[in-house]
Design a protein around this ligand. Structure first.
Ligand code: FMN
Length: 184
């Protein structure tokens, strides 16, 4: 698949078939993370690859944060079932000490965001689907996965073969809403 095609056709996938992921495909999406650019090439990312069904079910429950979702009238995270259904959940973490901190901005978020976009595009290229899940109960997840306290947990990525056809994505703003030429 061409790069622009992979970018255009990537969608958040929240329903998965029960087909497992071939080990070489899982390795390929993890390799796509490894190839990402990062602050001073410090490669701040750390990934926890969860295959265990019981652990994925616990992660799924931890993706519901009532104080956040109740403001939208949601009774679950839209990706909650996907976390239990997908054969693999990749928990994307970052070590802030291995990234930049300048102008009151911590660049580990940029590093991991770029890396996981590589992951999502590679998944799409290989016929796999996934979704970035950014809402979760942080302290409980940290305990469940034994993630050290100095490491930030940034997102959960259920990944597998999509069930059914991809829907068209939600609309995007037109370019003129955010592109400024020569000056703001
Ligand atoms: C930082 C971030 C956090 C997100 N968190 C969630 C989430 O908790 N649950 C969910 O269902 N989708 C989540 N999403 C997916 C977005 O809802 C989705 O990307 C957006 O609606 C655009 O749809 P598309 O990915 O199909 O283009 C998140 C996406 C990003 C980038």
């Amino acid at each position: 698949m061409e790069t622009l095609e992979a970018i255009k056709t990537r969608r958040s996938v929240r329903k998965f078939s029960d087909q497992t992921i071939e080990p070489e495909k899982l390795e390929a999406v993890l390799e796509a993370v490894r190839q990402a650019p990062s602050w001073s090439n410090l490669q701040c990312w750390q990934l926890v690859v969860v295959k265990n069904q019981e652990t994925r079910e616990k992660i799924s429950q931890l993706s519901f944060v009532e104080s956040f979702f109740s403001t939208f009238g949601y009774k679950s995270n839209p990706a909650q079932k996907a976390l239990a259904q997908a054969p693999v959940v990749v928990v994307a973490c970052a070590d802030p000490k291995k990234s930049g901190d300048l102008h009151e901005q911590q660049y580990y978020m940029a590093d991991i965001g770029i890396a996981m976009q590589n992951f999502m595009l590679a998944a799409n290229d290989l016929g796999l689907g996934c979704v970035f899940v950014g809402v979760f109960q942080e302290a409980q997840l940290r305990e469940l996965l034994a993630i050290p306290k100095e490491i930030k947990i940034v997102g959960l990525f259920p990944i597998g073969y999509p069930a059914g056809e991809a829907k068209s994505g939600p609309p995007r703003k037109p370019l003129e809403d955010f592109v400024h030429y020569d000056q703001w």
